[in-house]
Design a protein around this ligand. Structure first.
Ligand SMILES: Nc1ncnc2c1ncn2[C@@H]1O[C@H](COP(=O)(O)OP(=O)(O)OP(=O)(O)O)[C@@H](O)[C@H]1O
Ligand SMILES: [Mg+2]
Length: 430
């Protein structure tokens, strides 16, 4: 009992004096109250460690005082020991039923009274320490759980990313050499074709009558047509291989391994490369027509960020958008689809010191109940094997913790969903 005290309540001054004196000789601090009203006031103003409470008092009796002390949450755990006459069994039972912890019979047997008070003070002290220990442990455990979930997300995030990133980087690398060979040789092929036609023209000039066999052959292959068509074929080959080069570059952008420091990155490149990776999922299939992707890009500065991680955020949000559209299409008729074709809209803009990216899809949308939980670790509405419920938890961690940005969502059931991401242009430090 550090700074605490015992409150003794009795209307009889002799009793008060005797019991107070006995308690004080044990080294305890004692305060007194002379009736029920007085006792309640003192308990509320300054709660004691224990109350010794006379049962029979004018005005509020001991039972009433006990009821009120127990009814108030702030004082309900103060142990109350009743003081009652030896023969009064009813009072003893009633007192215990009302929440009293014990009783002392009058006239006092001093040693016994003190022993009872000591036991209840010790019990109270133990209960309090135990409660505090439980609170401490619970807090430590929930903090540990939170940290565990946090690092779990980070591990999964980097594992997911590095598996996909390695694959994509490997594909890009394998494409680079052969396509480099095609691109490098197309110009040589063009020049060679020109040379060959030059030689044929020269022959024609010097030998205008080469004979029937050659004339027949020239007619069969339609030389004039070839002269016109061959450069077109070569141009188509050049365009095709240029496209492969740009795809390969996008794949490399997407799989860009992050260093431990942020770097200046063109967000649009990140979005484009992510769309490229998801292209096959956007195409028409037997269940639905193609998903149109509309881009409305503003003029953005380069953003200091971890590009691989941001690409992962775009990937997680866009994959969810495609899932939501797939699901919505199961219940939409051809006429509805024609009136409101499947689409994803991506908008970017500079807003103050922030880059703002908005991604809308006209998929299923979400109920308020789902919407309020989507960023929770492991929350998913998808079947086992289809969703792990980590995509948006990871996205939120990347945007808010790694980049000091914000991610918000608006959604309306059967209308669609909009994610809004804001990322500071300049790096932030925590
Ligand atoms: N664009 C969206 N439209 C409708 N519901 C969505 C959309 N994006 C997310 N959700 C809801 O939020 C839930 C959580 O999404 P999250 O990406 O975190 O997990 P998941 O997609 O279920 O699994 P995964 O870990 O594979 O991404 C989804 O199961 C889905 O119910
Ligand atoms: Mg997902």
């Amino acid at each position: 009992m550090n700074n605490g005290f015992i409150l003794v309540v009795d209307d009889n001054p002799t009793n008060l004096a005797v019991i107070s004196q006995a308690l004080r000789t044990e080294g305890w601090q004692v305060r007194i109250a002379v009736d029920g009203e007085d006792a309640l006031n003192k308990v509320v103003q300054n709660p004691p460690e224990l109350i010794l409470l006379d049962v029979q008092m004018p005005g509020l009796d001991g039972f009433e005082v006990c009821k009120r002390v127990k009814a108030d949450k702030a004082t309900s755990d103060i142990p109350i020991i009743f003081m009652t006459a030896l023969s009064d069994t009813d009072s003893k039972v009633k007192g215990l039923a009302l929440g009293g912890v014990d009783y002392i019979v009058k006239p006092f047997e001093q040693q016994e009274a003190i022993a009872r008070v000591r036991v209840h003070l010790q019990l109270r002290y133990l209960t309090q320490t135990l409660e505090q220990q439980i609170r401490d442990r619970t807090q430590a455990l929930s903090q540990a759980l939170e940290e565990l979930q946090h690092s779990h997300l980070q591990v999964i995030q980097s594992e997911k990313m590095s598996a996909l990133g390695n694959l994509v980087a490997g594909v890009a690398h394998e494409i680079n050499n052969p396509i480099g060979c095609v691109v490098g040789n197309v110009s040589a092929v063009e020049a060679t074709i020109k040379d060959l036609f030059g030689v044929i023209d020269l022959y024609g000039k010097h030998f205008p009558n080469p004979g029937a066999e050659i004339e027949d052959e020239l007619e069969a292959i339609d030389l004039d047509y070839l002269r016109e068509d061959l450069p077109k074929l070569v141009k188509a080959m050049r365009d095709g291989s240029d496209r492969i080069v740009s795809i390969s570059r996008s794949l490399s952008t997407f799989s860009r391994a992050d260093t431990d420091r942020k770097q200046a990155f063109d967000i649009h490149e990140g979005i484009d490369s992510t769309i490229l990776i998801l292209r096959h999922r956007l195409k028409a299939n037997e269940h639905r027509p193609e998903i149109q992707v509309w881009m409305d890009y503003g003029t953005l500065p380069l953003v200091e960020c971890f590009p691989g991680q941001l690409n992962q955020v775009f990937m997680n949000i866009l994959a969810n958008a495609i899932d939501a559209i797939d699901e919505a299409n199961q219940g939409r008729s051809a006429a509805e689809l024609e009136a409101n074709p499947n689409c994803i809209k991506i908008q970017t803009a500079l807003s103050g010191d922030y880059v703002q990216i908005t991604i809308f899809d006209n998929g299923t949308g979400m109920s308020e109940e789902v919407r309020s939980r989507i960023f929770d670790h492991l929350y998913t509405t998808k079947t086992v094997g289809k969703g792990t419920g980590l995509g948006l938890a990871i996205a939120q961690q990347i945007i808010e913790e790694k980049h000091g940005g914000t991610i918000e969502v608006n959604s309306e059931l059967s209308k669609g969903t909009t994610f809004m991401i804001k990322i500071p242009v300049l790096p932030h430090t925590f």
